[in-house]
Ligand binder design. Structure first.
Ligand SMILES: [Zn+2]
Length: 109
């Protein structure tokens, strides 16, 4: 089973294993703005990290989504993990409930 992450909607997962756990993936922007064979040349392992590494370097991804939007997409997946970490910390000292936590997050961004 390949892992699902938020960047999944920007890639096409290939039916070819990169390793024991993950398949290869190709970038939809590469296909759309260049060609399928070009995308295949640039294929990467379907993990969040590898997707991000590709998108960071991929000019087609930035072209397709716009530089700012592309940045937001990449940052979004970052904050996902940050929030989760923060929730765990808050839960530990029981000072905040879930609502406070969201409020906190809004204030921070
Ligand atoms: Zn690409």
């Amino acid at each position: 089973m390949s892992c699902r992450h938020r960047l999944t909607s920007y890639i096409e997962v290939l039916d070819q294993n990169a390793n024991q756990y993950n398949k290869y993936a190709i970038c939809l922007a590469c296909i759309e703005l260049n060609s399928h064979s070009y995308a295949l040349e640039k294929q990467f392992t379907n993990t969040k990290k590898c997707c991000k590494d590709h998108f960071k370097k991929c000019d087609f991804f930035k072209q397709k989504h716009g530089k700012n939007e592309a940045q937001t997409i990449l940052n979004d997946t970052d904050s996902e993990t940050t929030i989760r970490k923060r929730q765990r910390v808050y839960k530990k000292d029981h000072k905040y409930n879930y609502f406070d936590l969201n409020l906190n997050y809004l204030l921070i961004i």
